[in-house]
Write a protein that binds this ligand. Structure first.
Ligand SMILES: [Zn+2]
Length: 411
């Protein structure tokens, strides 16, 4: 089995650690930020540029690739990495989150305010409910052509094996903070039952496809904002073994109340086995990454860096701002004078402002390169900070400056 995790350093005063995830396609030095290439491409940026900006691995989405081009195409191509010309490690998420998003019609459900309304039938305004969950799986309507599909834990494993990423996730029912406590309990029971089915199908497929590289399967910890539910999920999934198969790592998923992020992560990570990697699903704002690292998460993914880049929003050491604002028309300095990315080394804010105003597609490419480099590098600096013993100084310095300029930093 060509999948393992080595811990190089563990902090004495927090859950933070530094390690290496070994996969058949190479190593990931952790903590690490994993950029998202939903449909087997980081929107507007070539894989070669992602490697140049320091991305160690990429995460694609099983739901999107299942619908288009279909998992058989990726299997025939030799797997996700070969298909997209990315030689390094890859991840796929299970599709559970996308199916949930279809269910309630919300774009952003991972980090929201827990104090808003709470109701299981909640759905975004003017949205049709596109997914229905039962104990066996989820029936949903394609967002592309309206065709009906059904995902089960077994199908998610089959799809993810054909896609062939190095790290794959168990199919879970992802709830929102709007759901009631009884529903959260029900969803967690389902996620546990599905976890067993995922382990069994993963083992069957691994045995059947002996010529393929081993794929590490991560269980997903749900439980929303409830301490007892989060701890129960972590305890149960950490100890879960079916026919000799255990999870190779864990994803921390579901609805996360941003104000409680550190607390929730500490509940879970104090229980999860130290020797297995932990991935925080879908969280990637700079301030949240510090919280994730100091509370024991090893890898992170988020579409935010590339999504906001396409709207002209960029991260800098002084905070986040929009390049299309008129103040940048004659600003011939780089986006961030401290950034070492290709964009900052070669282009000015004034030029970027012009590209966004003129609606040139190269604007998205250059801004995405900057934002992805900014986040990848920030987490790299956290890793070095842990090794050098100055993580706390790095955090205080960064947040002092970043918050100072941007005021509202959350997305
Ligand atoms: Zn830059």
């Amino acid at each position: 089995m060509n999948f393992s995790f080595d811990i190089r350093y563990g902090a004495s005063n927090s859950l933070a650690r530094v390690g290496t995830i070994n996969t058949p396609h190479g190593q990931i030095q952790t903590p690490a930020f994993i950029p998202v290439g939903t449909k087997a491409t980081v929107k507007s940026v070539l894989p070669e540029a992602m490697a140049d900006l320091g991305a160690q691995a990429l995460l694609a989405n099983a739901y999107h690739l299942y619908l288009q081009p279909g998992p058989d195409i990726l299997d025939e191509a030799g797997g996700l990495g070969t298909f997209m010309n990315w030689p390094g490690p890859t991840f796929t998420d299970s599709g559970g989150f996308q199916v949930l998003s279809l269910g309630v019609g919300f774009k952003k459900v991972l980090a929201m305010d827990a104090k808003t309304f709470r109701h299981d039938d909640v759905i975004a305004d003017n949205k049709e409910r596109l997914a229905h969950v039962d104990d066996e799986g989820v029936t949903f309507k394609s967002h592309i052509d309206g065709s009906m599909h059904r995902f089960t834990p077994e199908l998610s494993m089959q799809v993810q094996h054909k896609i062939g990423a190095d790290i794959i996730f168990a199919f879970d029912e992802c709830t929102t903070l709007h759901n009631t406590r009884p529903y959260q309990e029900l969803a967690m029971e389902r996620t546990y039952a599905w976890a067993i089915r995922c382990l069994d199908e993963h083992k069957r497929l691994t045995d059947e496809r002996v010529d393929k590289p081993y794929q590490g399967l991560f269980g997903v910890i749900q439980g929303a904002q409830y301490q007892d539910l989060r701890k129960k999920a972590a305890t149960e999934l950490a100890g879960l073994e079916s026919d000799g198969q255990r999870f190779d790592g864990f994803g921390i998923g579901g609805a996360l109340d941003k104000g409680q992020l550190g607390t929730i992560l500490s509940w879970v990570n104090e229980i999860l086995p130290e020797e297995k990697p932990r991935h925080l699903l879908g969280i990637g704002a700079p301030e949240d990454l510090f919280v994730g690292v100091e509370n024991g998460c090893d890898t992170f993914d988020c579409v935010l860096a590339s999504r906001i880049a396409r709207t002209s929003a960029v991260y800098t050491m002084q905070g986040r701002f929009n390049l299309s604002n008129s103040g940048f028309k004659r600003d011939f300095t780089p986006i961030d004078g401290e950034c070492d990315c290709y964009t900052c080394l070669h282009y000015t804010r004034a030029y970027m402002h012009h590209l966004f105003r003129a609606k040139e597609i190269s604007a998205a490419t250059l801004a995405t390169i900057h934002n992805e480099r900014f986040i990848v590098r920030l987490v790299d600096q956290m890793r070095q900070g842990l090794l050098d013993g100055n993580f706390a100084d790095l955090k205080a310095d960064f947040l002092g400056r970043y918050r100072h300029r941007s005021g509202q930093t959350s997305n």
